[in-house]
Ligand binder design. Sequence first.
Ligand SMILES: *Cc1c(COP(=O)(O)O)cnc(C)c1O
Length: 427
Amino acid sequence: MDDQSKALHSSFKFDPSTNSVAVPIYQTSSYAFNSSEHAANLFSLSEFGNIYTRLMNPTTDVFEKRMTDIEGGTGALSCSSGMSAIFLAVTTLASAGDHIICSASLYGGTETLFRYTLKKFGIEVTFLKDFTADNINQAIKFNTKLVFAEAIGNPQGDVIDFEAISECVHDQGLAFILDNTFAPIFFKPFKHGVDIVVYSCTKWIGGHGTSIGGLIIDSGQFNWGQGRYNDFTEADESYHGLVYWDALGNVPGMGNVAYIIKARVEGMRNMGMCPSPFNSFQLIQGLETLPLRIDKHAENALKLAKYLEGHEKISWVNFTGLKKHSSHEMARKYFSPDHFGSVFGFGVKGGIESAKIFIDSVEMAYHLANVGDARTLVIHPASTTHQQMTEENLLEIGIKPDFVRVSVGIEAIEDIITDFDQALAKV
Ligand SMILES: *Cc1c(COP(=O)(O)O)cnc(C)c1O
């Protein structure tokens, strides 16, 4: 099936007890056991089934299975937010005394989590500004546990060479985790050597600005038994001596689910950042139209970028979809045709004051701190999200004083352009 068909049909036909076609919201904390034997089997993982909503929920399960099908993996785990998904994805592999390598071009929350919070947990992080296979190779140490990057860097729109990087990472027996929040549907990370994908579902997947959510998906392609990952080959004391790689590296009918089950029974069970069934329902609603919306976002973003490029009051436009962007060719190599995401930066002539006038003058677009909404959103990072930084530091991460960031929505492009046009006329 095509992605749009999977988004509507995968993993759920109708509810067998009520014939409900919409996925029901199973708003329950717990599930009755059929017998003592059934209960014991569920707890020992010799049978899979519902126990408690912190561990699994039937509404959430449909969302996880549908995303797994679309992504081409072996299993998924929903979390309460993108941040908790990233934290859980990383700590399923790394613990105190370990080291991880990441790109310096990261979402602000992830950068803070890695730089400050992981440090408190004893995990050392190397940030690489130039995220190439050579630089990664040099940064790998005996205790390195994973390499982490994002599909499209924000705000620069940079795209890395996924295949070259995964090859070098795999040569060292390491796993590659990718945050694919900015490139759902139009980039398929598992086809290019990524082992684990994480999403903030709050953005394009939910798509309507109603719910926070996160997801981890396992490709099922990584061999956790090859040396670096003792956690997978030694008994887990917290789970009556379970050896993840032996028990779950090749489950009939499921494949290699060692990582994603470890994340569930060790990470989720013990830390508890589970989603509410209601939010899973909302994310399923979003997912049903995601492939359609993604095409419209991409088309509008290209048209808006080209319009702004030709505008007399605009000093620069930095969009991956424009030929002059340094990552344009890399994006064309890996992404679906004409898809470059829908977030980019541009400069309003006259610097910070002009940028603020523009932001205050848009009428249809919203001024808020989010991306991936169906509505067009704008923000001026230098005076909001990044106001604590000095001008020098801002320039280092590519945020000029006149920088306006837009997340292009799915309204009619004529209306977006009309709105930007009248706002620029006031500058
Ligand atoms: C928003 C975002 C996150 C964090 O997700 P939340 O759902 O807000 O916790 C992580 N990574 C990227 C790329 C994001 O855009």
